[in-house]
Design a protein around this ligand. Structure first.
Ligand code: ZN
Length: 50
C-alpha cells in the first residue's frame, strides 16, 4: 500500500551534476566528483496514479 513517500522526497532533494551526472546531496554547493557548480535539482514529473 505505502508508496514510500519518504524515498520520493529524497529523490526530489537530490542535485544532479550537469557535467557528470553525479548525484549530490541537496546541501551540496558543487559536485563531489568533478567539482562543477552546475548542479540541477532532480525534478521528475511523477504523476501519481490513484
Ligand atoms: Zn560532476
Amino acid at each position: 500500500m505505502a508508496k514510500f513517500p519518504e524515498a520520493e522526497k529524497e529523490l526530489s532533494e537530490i542535485l544532479v551534476c550537469l557535467r557528470c551526472k553525479t548525484r549530490n546531496k541537496k546541501t551540496a554547493t558543487k559536485c563531489r566528483k568533478c567539482g562543477s557548480k552546475y548542479l540541477r535539482r532532480k525534478n521528475r514529473e511523477v504523476r501519481a496514479k490513484k
